[in-house]
Ligand binder design. Structure first.
Ligand code: PLP
Length: 414
């Protein structure tokens, strides 16, 4: 046996926690338990300092100035593109469009790629487990073009019916979409398998990577998809940052979505020529400081033993699932064999929002509601769930505090 492989890596969660200042906060006189990471993650000092130091020492606009500060800001912004490209194993930095997040990235594909190609009778395939960001943009462009949106089914465990998905890849489908990991169920979808099926039929595949990128290595080339959208604030970077990765051939063929400064080569009233990719999709002043922070977040992640961090998250998920399952009247949503650390549930006799409000008073931050996934709620026949979602800085002690708080507030509601 390989001696190295048999030695488990010890993940020093207390050392990691020291990197995240917000985790030392108290909430309603209790130590904060932050279990809303699928919504947005906390930021390490390295990210906070990178943003502050950008504004303190390097602030200027990008791509427009000939002065030194402008060069520094442009270099820092473009460095974020390099780091993101490397992080998701893009073959070229030019395939990475910097956006305000996944929502912006998917809308870019909807209006620049899908809309010009859709005709009455065409359709876009998505799934029942999607976030509204991977449903509504398709409905909007379908409404303008006479196309329709169809959704592949899932089962009661929250697992995608892959055969049904593949069976729905009929010739009128002009684009297929799927989330890499569900924000409600945690389900990780078999993107590689879906991408192979799409490629065989000549249908491009868009993947919503928002919930996968913070929890597992992503290699867009190995996945074999055509478009990959991600958001920076769930991967320990600032809000208002994200990216669209797309195959170069698609980007070259797509017209710009937003028009304005920075995305042009030459503007005349007789017609405008556009900058090369990726800049033709980045009109206006971007979130420069945000991307400086995102670059720092990527550096921070590279500085961790990411395999150990991800293994720790899985350990927390298994522990929390086991602890919750012991409670009488609990219903857990999402029992896929491969999950990101997201745990949705309901307790019999208590409203999700009441529980979340009372948990907050115990210092525990969880999300309650429909999680921007109305069709998924309709599938399970519930209006809302509670969702505890973990990051590598969470602890088993916090899971115990959460379960104890849950038992306490449940009694208050009885
Ligand atoms: N897709 C999924 C699966 C998500 O969880 C989210 C955010 O919760 C989004 C898309 C939207 O991301 P953003 O609001 O950063 O654009």
């Amino acid at each position: 046996m390989n001696a190295q492989a048999s030695t488990p890596t010890v993940f020093d969660v207390q050392r990691i926690r020291a990197d995240f200042p917000l985790l030392t906060r108290t909430m309603h006189a209790q130590p904060l338990v932050y279990f809303d990471n699928a919504n947005t993650s906390q930021k390490p000092t390295a990210v906070i300092e990178a943003v502050a130091s950008h504004y303190r020492e390097h602030n200027a606009n990008v791509a427009r100035a000939v002065h030194q500060l402008g060069d520094e800001a442009t270099a820092a912004y473009e460095l974020a593109r390099d780091k993101l490209a490397a992080f998701i194993h893009a073959s070229s930095r030019d395939e990475v469009i910097l956006t305000s997040g996944t929502t912006h990235a998917i809308n870019l594909v909807a209006y620049s790629y899908a809309l010009p190609r859709l005709a009455p009778g065409d359709s876009i395939l998505t799934t029942v487990m999607e976030h509204h960001a991977n449903i509504v943009p398709w409905q909007l462009v379908a409404a303008r073009s006479g196309a329709t949106v169809k959704a592949a089914p899932i089962d009661q465990r929250g697992v995608l019916d892959v055969d049904a998905y593949v069976g729905m890849l009929t010739p009128e489908v002009k684009l297929a979409c799927v989330t890499h990991a569900s924000n409600v169920l945690g389900t990780v979808n078999p993107v590689q398998e879906l991408a192979r099926a799409c490629r065989r039929r000549g249908i491009p595949l868009l993947v919503d990577g928002s919930q996968a990128v913070p929890h597992r290595p992503v290699d867009v080339q190995a996945l074999g998809c055509d478009f990959y959208a991600l958001t920076g604030h769930k991967m320990f970077g600032p809000t208002g940052t994200g990216a669209l990765w797309a195959r170069r051939e698609h980007l070259e063929a797509m017209p710009p979505f937003f028009g304005g400064g920075d995305m042009i080569r030459e503007v005349r009233f007789s017609g405008t020529t556009f900058a090369d990719v990726p800049h033709k999709f980045e009109a206006g002043t971007p979130n420069i400081a945000g991307f400086v922070g995102l670059a720092a977040a990527i550096d921070y992640l590279h500085g961790l033993d990411l395999a150990a961090a991800h293994a720790w998250e899985q350990e927390l998920l298994a522990y929390a699932t086991g602890r919750l399952a012991e409670l009488p009247g609990v219903r857990i949503f999402g029992a896929a064999p491969d999950k990101v650390p997201v745990l949705s549930f309901l307790l019999e006799g208590a409203q999700a929002t009441d529980l979340a409000t009372l948990l907050d008073l115990q210092g525990v931050a969880v999300r309650s509601g429909h999680h921007c996934a109305h069709p998924l709620m309709q599938f399970f026949g519930v209006p809302a769930t509670l969702r505890a979602s973990f990051a590598f800085y969470n602890t088993r002690g916090e899971v115990d505090a959460f379960v104890a708080a849950l038992c306490k507030v449940r009694k208050l509601l009885a």
